[in-house]
Design a protein around this ligand. Structure first.
Ligand SMILES: Cc1ncc(COP(=O)(O)OP(=O)(O)O)c(N)n1
Ligand SMILES: Cc1ncsc1CCOP(=O)(O)O
Ligand SMILES: [Mg+2]
Length: 511
């Protein structure tokens, strides 16, 4: 690894960030090329710098135009990055001229890196030529011998082997051996285009062993950029320090997961769409998305379910949630301490559909994993649950996070951790939560005054005392959270409605 660089910090004061430099062409449609490399590296948690070799005008239909970057400007970009930025792995994609390949090889000799991943891009997935045959001999003589791995598809392997026919897995093994003789340490021949195969088969050869890497073929239109993404994901794993076989396996699993996730996304009108590296774009029907960012007035009447109570009264969680919403609940928390994870997830998905239809946010108590799995609107965590800052990292910036707090210090920490609201209590004694210390109205007031976040009061609250709670009248107190007074009753809807009226009568939520 090269050590050149201009930092004034001493080495032991720095944490090394894994860094991939991609040397490739720009794809205006952002499915492949530099753009795919950036997304793949971001998804794999690795920094990615970029040297652009060509600009292409392309979309899901094909490549409409290409313009090479002048060789000396490619050289300048390479030098800028490699002389300063502690690159671990260089990954190459579209190298459109002999001059650019030679420039790259020369610069890598001057600034050696830990590993070189070569995706010998020649033809785009749409069939357009991105690097002509004139380049083949320079690839063979200069670039391939420097590579730690090359990742040709069948067409590229065949072109590098003077048109050798590749139709079977045995052919792929022979090709891998012949390509290995050209100098790269590892060869991954990708068999995605192999005819008559149910599985996708790739062959990895390291000069000693063949590895046949099989996975189910994913039927999707959205495969544009898979080659670039696989190569940059391999580069990312190698940059993290993984050995080549592990890097290839993890990279393949990542690309397959992303392809499978993106099977149905629709971008562009052409035959080959891009896929979603960050696993975020899958379309949910309009009514399935929470429309609004968190609104503190949602805390007005906060219904918190309890599986034991619902069981006692012979109703499902879904029925309980429906009834609470019909009675006027403004936010729901599923607090299912006894449920099996699988059942909890199923119930959560069903409740989420109802909540989304009514525009009521649904949070999950304690279980960040369940919240992620069902795409709930957020979580509520206590002082001994997953820290809110960790939940925030896992859930992302848009989800709602509530934290239980009994003191101003805890409220301050919740704010620092990126929470959206705090739940303060038990205000009154409760049988719903064992060994829970009661803070009383004074404790509630102290926390509300100190908190930078909106507050919902919880613990022993019902129709008879909700008004007294709200009458502490601090601007931060936005509502009450209630379990037994709603769910340990015969008719959830009636009890919720009564509480709703009391709260409206106390005229809060408007402050
Ligand atoms: C709105 C609200 N406030 C407080 C709590 C209590 O959370 P926690 O302290 O984690 O206790 P459990 O509910 O997990 O027993 C809450 N659930 N909701
Ligand atoms: C979960 C929780 N956290 C503090 S008190 C409490 C229980 C609230 O239940 P109830 O509304 O039945 O008193
Ligand atoms: Mg908890």
């Amino acid at each position: 690894m090269q050590e050149k660089g201009g930092s004034t910090l001493s080495d032991d004061s720095r944490t090394k960030t894994p860094h991939v430099l991609t040397v490739a062409g720009s794809d205006s449609g952002a499915g492949a090329g530099i753009q795919a490399d950036l997304k793949a590296c971001a998804a794999r948690g690795v920094y990615c710098s970029t040297v652009i070799t060509a600009l292409t005008a392309q979309n899901t239909i094909g490549v409409q135009g290409a313009s090479n970057v002048p060789e000396d400007f490619v050289a300048q970009q390479l030098k800028s990055v490699l002389s300063d930025m502690q690159v671990d792995v260089v990954k190459t994609g579209m190298l459109p001229s002999v001059g650019i390949v030679k420039t790259l090889c020369r610069t890598l000799r001057e600034y050696p890196v830990h590993a070189l991943v070569v995706d010998p891009v020649m033809v785009s997935t749409s069939g357009d030529v991105l690097a002509g045959p004139s380049i083949l001999s320079t690839f063979r003589e200069e670039l391939l011998p420097m590579a730690d791995i090359i990742t040709p598809n069948l067409k590229e392997a065949s072109a590098l082997l003077n048109g050798m026919q590749l139709e079977t897995v045995d052919d792929m093994r022979s090709a891998a051996r012949l390509l290995h003789n050209m100098g790269p340490k590892n060869v991954l021949v990708k068999g995605g285009d192999l005819p008559d195969s149910l599985d996708a088969v790739d062959i990895l050869y390291n000069g000693h062993n063949f590895y046949e890497l099989r996975s189910p073929r994913i039927r999707t239109r959205n495969t544009h950029g898979t080659g670039c993404s696989l190569a940059s994901s391999i580069a990312a794993e190698v940059a993290k320090g993984y050995p080549m076989l592990s890097a290839v396996k993890v990279a393949k699993r990542f690309v397959e997961t992303a392809l499978d996730y993106s099977k149905e996304i629709v971008i562009g009108n052409g035959p080959q769409g891009p896929f979603d590296h960050l696993l975020r774009l899958k379309s949910h029907s309009q009514d399935c998305h929470r429309q609004q960012p968190f609104d503190p007035s949602d805390l007005f009447l906060y219904a918190v379910t309890d599986s034991r109570m619902n069981k006692r009264w012979g109703r499902s969680i879904v029925d309980a949630v429906k009834a609470a919403i019909d009675g006027g609940a403004t936010i729901i928390q599923l607090r299912e301490k006894d449920a099996e994870t699988k059942d909890f997830l199923e119930s959560a998905k069903a409740c989420l559909r109802i909540c989304r239809l009514h525009g009521v946010p649904l949070l999950i108590n304690d279980r960040v994993d369940v919240a992620i799995a069902c795409d709930a609107d957020g979580v509520h965590v206590g002082q001994s649950d997953m820290p809110a800052c960790v939940a925030r990292t896992l859930l992302g910036p848009e989800k709602i996070i509530g934290v239980s707090c009994k003191t101003p210090e805890q409220a301050e920490q919740a704010w620092v951790d990126g929470a959206d609201y705090i739940g303060c209590g038990g205000v009154y004694p409760t049988n719903t939560k064992e060994n829970n210390i009661t803070v009383g109205l004074n404790g509630l007031k102290t926390v509300c005054m100190a908190s930078k976040l909106p507050v919902v009061a919880i613990g022993g609250i019902g129709v008879s005392n909700a008004r007294a709670v709200m009458e502490i009248r601090t601007p931060n107190l936005k509502g009450v959270a209630v379990v037994s007074a709603l769910f340990d009753r015969e008719c959830v809807q009636t009890e919720t409605r009564k509480l709703h009226e009391v709260l409206l009568g106390s005229n809060i939520g408007s402050t």
